[in-house]
Structures are given as structure tokens and as C-alpha cells.
Ligand binder design. Structure first.
Ligand code: SF4
Length: 378
């Protein structure tokens, strides 16, 4: 096994955002204390299975991990460090939402060993934040970023969202510029998608929420690429941009279809060709971990064809694409033999490129990524 990523899910949030389909639940202080104990037990449970493996990234995501007291975060990370073999330069990320962190909290988190912070900004506009049902305001965005820098986070990422109802390309451009003024090392810029079982879905269904037309969304995507590239950020994945050397190593491992262990409610793992997922509901997760040490709800062993399809699906999201030689070494099969018939029409339509033994999306293919990727999964 090559270097491994560990993901830890903290499922609590102050409020459910209208567009959110993540595994997030209302803040519950009493339950979250027991949740932390369960997480510690789950770490103990998996440690022997992964003894001797090297961990290159650790990621605390949510939900809102910064809702937990810093002492709890310190305890969980300490347990991970004690039980797994972390690389000396291990990337240790925590997601943070403005309005959930104080200066001293950030300093404590930083000294616990977190060395990368990803801040959920989404928008710099008061009306848009209200529409998204985010609990923070514009001022809190600025103070949180400034405080994170002061606390010593020299690897800082901002999450932004475009294609919001009523948003114009000019407004989106102003958000990009405000983000750039904060000099982040990394920016994730996702277009808003309406997922089933969200309150946005119900609003859309009733005709009360309308996204900008597709060509406007495409214009915003192009604007993102141009604005961030000219500011020195490399687009290394469809929605992710970084200053040189600041790509998210944890996410790169996902896109490389690498192995990872997911801990906590709803977390997924991929180890030795097997995918398994924990139960979503925190109270149930706690009960199952207390009883059995783990809370796996479903397991799937990938067939070689399925694993190949996932490698393509994830790898094409990276701008550098897929190294065909690595693919062939991994699956011991000729790339052309499996995908020759899919590749030729896509090449003819100019949607993919084949250069120096790499297959990647072309600029045109990038804008149609989902439909191009689907061809490989058919
Ligand atoms: S803060 Fe994030 S995880 Fe929590 S409800 Fe909002 S979008 Fe979902």
C-alpha cells in the first residue's frame, strides 16, 4: 500500500445551509462529547489493521469541525498521531466556518498540529450569504482569515461558490477579487448544484429558486479560470486552484484513486480494493462503535472494471489527467484495449487530449467534464 489518507468526520453544524447535502446534523453538545469518545474508539479499532502503513494526510471535515472544543480536536489528532505512522511532513487540514472560531481557538488548533486550514467563505455578499443560509457575515469572513494567519496557518484555503440565484458574472468577479485580496494559498470554487433532499431542491421544485442560465454559469467558470490564473494560481483540478506547492495533497490522493480510511459518522473508506461506508446518523454511529468498535453500514468490493472506471472518473478531474503508463501498471492491462473505442470519438470532437502518454480533458472538455467522464463509465 502506498501513502494513506485519513479523513475524520465531525457531523455537527450550527444550522443546516439550504443547499447542503453533506452528512450534517444540528449542534448537540451533550452528544458531541460522546461522539468524540466513539471516534477515539474507532481510531483504536482500525489502528492494528493499518500498522506499518504511512499516513501522508489527515483531514478533519464536516459538518463543522471547529464546533468541537479545541481540547477535543487536540485529543482526536493526538490519538491519530499515537496510533498511526504519520509522515514528518504530513498535511493536517481542518475545515473551519467563520463565526465558529475565536482567535485563541485558532491558536490552540494550530499548536495541536493542524497545519492547513480550509475556510468556508462561499460568498462575500450579505444577501447571498443569507440566501445560502450561512450563519456568518462578511465581517466574520475577514476576521477569521486574518486570525488564522495570525495563529500561524501558512497554508490557507478558501471555499467559494458561484452560479447562485440572481448572481451576475460581475458580482462573482468581485468575490474572486475580494478572495484574492486575502492572499490565500488555495481556492476551491464550486458551482452551486441543487441536490435532492435539500431545502433548495424543494424551493426549485416549487419554482421559487432559479439558477443563472447555463451560458452565464459557463461564463463564470471561464472568469474563475482567467482571474485566478492571472493572479498566479494554477488550476490543478476542475474546481481547485493553488499557488505552486499548495495543492491539497489529501484531495490529490482521492483524485488519484488512492487509499484512505474514513472515520466518523457517514465517512467512507477505500482500502485494498474495498469500499466501505459508515452509518450516517451520529447517535447510531456512537451506539455501533460502542458495541463493535466500528459502524460500517455497507461494503463493496470493486471489480477491476469498476476500479478502472473510478480511476478514470477521478483522474480526469485533474488538469494533468491520467498517466497511461501508471494506469497500465496498476491494472496490468492495455489502456487502448479497454478504452480505445471511447477515446477515438472524444479525440475527434476535441474533448480530450493525448499527450506524452497522458490523457486529459481539453479546455472544451473541461466545460463538459461530467458528460465526457460518463462515456468512460458507460
Ligand atoms: S456549514 Fe457546511 S456542512 Fe454545515 S450545513 Fe452548511 S454546507 Fe452543510
Amino acid at each position: 500500500m502506498s501513502a494513506l489518507g485519513i479523513y475524520l468526520h465531525i457531523p455537527y453544524c450550527l444550522h443546516k445551509c439550504g443547499y447542503c447535502d453533506f452528512n450534517s446534523h444540528p449542534e448537540n453538545r451533550e452528544e458531541s462529547e460522546i461522539y468524540v469518545s466513539a471516534l477515539l474508539s474507532e481510531i483504536d479499532h482500525y489502528a492494528p489493521r493499518l500498522a506499518g502503513e504511512t499516513v501522508s494526510t489527515v483531514f478533519f471535515g464536516g459538518g463543522t469541525p471547529t464546533l468541537l472544543p479545541p481540547a477535543s480536536l487536540d485529543k482526536i489528532l493526538g490519538r491519530v498521531k499515537n496510533h498511526f505512522n504519520l509522515r514528518l511532513d504530513c498535511e493536517i487540514t481542518i475545515e473551519a466556518n467563520p463565526a465558529t472560531v475565536k482567535q485563541e481557538t485558532l491558536a490552540q488548533i494550530r499548536s495541536a498540529g493542524f497545519n492547513r486550514i480550509s475556510i468556508g467563505v462561499q460568498s462575500f455578499d450579505a444577501d447571498e450569504l443569507k440566501l445560502l443560509e450561512r450563519v456568518h457575515n462578511e465581517e466574520e469572513i475577514h476576521t477569521t482569515i486574518d486570525r488564522a494567519r495570525l495563529a500561524g496557518f501558512d497554508n490557507l484555503s478558501l471555499d467559494l461558490m458561484f452560479g447562485l440565484p440572481g448572481q451576475s458574472p460581475e458580482k462573482w468577479k468581485s468575490h474572486l477579487h475580494q478572495a484574492l485580496e486575502k492572499k490565500p494559498d488555495h481556492i476551491s470554487a464550486y458551482s452551486l448544484t441543487i441536490e435532492p433532499a435539500t431545502s433548495f431542491f424543494k424551493l426549485q421544485d416549487r419554482g421559487l429558486l432559479e439558477l443563472p442560465p447555463e451560458d452565464t454559469q459557463l461564463e463564470m467558470f471561464q472568469l474563475t479560470i482567467e482571474t485566478l490564473q492571472s493572479a498566479g494560481y494554477e488550476q490543478y483540478e476542475i474546481s481547485n486552484y493553488a499557488r505552486p506547492g499548495f495543492e491539497s495533497r489529501h484531495n490529490l490522493n482521492y483524485w488519484d484513486n488512492g487509499e484512505y480510511l474514513g472515520l466518523g459518522a457517514g465517512a467512507s473508506s477505500y482500502l485494498n480494493g474495498e469500499r466501505f461506508k459508515n452509518t450516517n446518523l451520529p447517535s447510531r454511529y456512537i451506539r455501533e462503535v460502542q458495541a463493535e468498535g466500528a459502524a460500517v453500514e455497507s461494503t463493496e468490493t470493486l471489480t477491476p472494471l469498476h476500479a478502472m472506471g473510478e480511476t478514470i472518473m477521478l483522474g480526469l478531474r485533474r488538469l494533468k489527467g491520467i498517466a497511461i503508463e501508471d494506469f497500465e501498471n496498476r491494472f496490468q492491462i492495455s489502456f487502448k484495449k479497454v478504452y480505445g473505442k471511447v477515446i477515438d470519438p472524444l479525440l475527434n470532437e476535441g474533448l480530450i487530449t493525448l499527450k506524452q502518454n497522458h490523457m486529459a480533458l481539453s479546455r472544451k472538455g473541461l466545460y463538459l467534464a461530467d458528460s465526457v467522464i460518463l462515456k468512460f463509465l458507460a
